[in-house]
Design a protein around this ligand. Structure first.
Ligand code: GDP
Length: 434
């Protein structure tokens, strides 16, 4: 998917426009502690185009001076994006900081679409002409606050998208990435996996700025491991900013079928682990939780069970994810990891039969009657699986409002019990029957 970055000096309205373009699509309904709403990177759709949007304004660069901040954000946009939306403020006109941004963007040779924000009413049209001086052609008047002009702006953005290459070459390949805080052992684990006896590394499938993709075969199955951890050591100026590594992790997650959430057994679980795990869950990817450095923990027969309980308590939203304890260093239990990745990926792509699905739902309803609200009872007519990765089910009902969270959770559990969706989230969508 092409990447579109929003840049501009502070207070021109970048975040407002980001949220406008992203719209409802990523608004996260699940109110689960630990699932964040860190919105600097989000998938978007316009007409039949799909792309990812970055708000560079959300990337804080320590306490650098104002101009250096802007410059770095623009550089990140240039590095990351296929198309750049350059936002200015129509009420203030062209400022020296705008000119600074323009200069950097101009040198980049990336396509830039210039937007003039805060044009809330038509009699402000006059203000737009001076923006031609920035040298990016026609400025697009928009109002982030009122949602005006965004259609024309996005049309202009989509015109610059590179021709999509077919993704079919990837079919049958399981792609996975590792995420986790620094020093949990991600690099070590990548090396350990690729060094496993049954693993045959075939090629470096590609290197981006964010990750090294390595293709390998294990038991005749092809995999691509997306390694972001190894890149860090290369050291770029903005590497140190946490938001930037988040961005990189999000991009890796998006390209993955399965995400390994790596924890450090020595340190236990901290808040940052939950935040990171939340990204994988929200993206709808299959998840395997890996507890690394298991060699470094003093154990008795209860240790593993206790650690597992702790994980289950803290990662309520990942109750479907299998947990693997291992040591990247000693390789102990390392052989248990690949089978879990395969299982999670198979379940992530599983399709169930419609008639069996409906039997399961009807049995569930018979066991635990549907809820009522203000005297109206939820009626379930029919269910069908509409997609995979993750498995997504549409349930046709009399009134979608009546399908409360707890009953939805109950249905999800019945579906899981019946079909075994270990390792993958599943989605249930209620639709009104017409
Ligand atoms: P990353 O930042 O997540 O990529 O972590 P690294 O792979 O660079 O590892 C961080 C540190 O943890 C290094 O000093 C590793 O040697 C050490 N380490 C990694 N895996 C293990 C393990 O399984 N056991 C122990 N005891 N140390 C490990």
């Amino acid at each position: 998917k092409p990447v579109v970055a929003i840049v501009g000096r502070p207070n021109v309205g970048k975040s407002t426009i980001f949220n406008r373009i992203v719209g409802e699509r990523i608004s996260i309904v699940e109110d689960i502690p630990g699932v964040t709403r860190d919105r600097i990177y989000a998938p978007c759709e316009w007409l039949n185009f799909q792309f990812n949007l970055i708000d560079t304004g959300g990337i804080e660069i320590g306490d650098e001076p104002f101009l250096a901040q802007i410059r770095h954000q623009a550089e990140i946009a240039i590095e990351e994006a296929d198309v750049i939306i350059f936002i200015t403020n129509g009420r203030e006109g062209v400022t020296p900081a705008d000119e600074e941004v323009a200069k950097i963007l101009y040198r980049s040779n990336k396509p830039v679409v210039l937007a003039v924000n805060k044009m809330d009413n038509p009699d402000m049209r006059e203000n737009i002409y001076e923006f031609y001086s920035l040298g990016f052609g026609e400025p697009y008047p928009i109002s982030g606050a009122h949602g005006l002009g965004l259609g024309d702006l996005l049309d202009a953005v989509c015109k610059h998208f590179p021709k999509p290459q077919s993704e079919n070459d990837d079919e049958g390949i399981i792609k996975f990435s590792l995420i986790g805080r620094p020093n949990v052992g991600k690099s070590s684990l990548v090396n350990a996996i690729l060094g496993e006896e049954r693993v045959i590394v075939s090629e470096i499938a590609g290197t981006t700025r964010d990750a090294i993709d390595t293709k390998f075969t294990y038991n005749k199955q092809e995999f691509v491991i997306i390694d972001t951890a190894g890149m860090r050591k290369k050291g770029k100026i903005y590497e140190t900013t946490e938001k930037y590594s988040v961005l990189r992790a999000l991009k890796a997650i998006e390209r993955s079928d399965v995400v390994l959430v790596v924890l450090n057994a020595e340190e236990g679980i901290i808040e940052q682990d939950k935040r990171i795990a939340g990204y994988a869950h929200e993206a709808g990817k299959a998840v395997v939780i890996v507890v690394n450095k298991w060699d470094a923990v003093e154990k008795d027969e209860r240790t593993m069970r206790e650690f597992e309980k702790d994980i289950r308590d803290q990662f309520l939203f990942l109750d479907y994810a299998p947990i693997v304890f291992l040591s990247a260093k000693t390789k102990k239990r390392l052989h248990t990891l690949m089978p879990q990745i395969i299982l999670a990926s198979e379940n992530h792509a599983m399709r169930v039969q419609t008639n069996v699905l409906n039997d399961v739902i009807m049995d569930a309803v018979a066991m635990n009657p549907t809820p009522t609200d203000h005297g109206t009872r939820l009626k379930i007519y029919y269910a069908t699986q509409v997609s995979v990765k993750p498995p997504t089910f549409v349930i046709f009902v009399n009134d979608p409002e009546l399908l409360h969270f707890s009953y939805e959770r109950f249905l999800e559990n019945r579906i899981r019990d019946a079909f075994g969706f270990e390792g993958t989230p599943i989605k249930i969508i209620a639709r009104k029957r017409r």
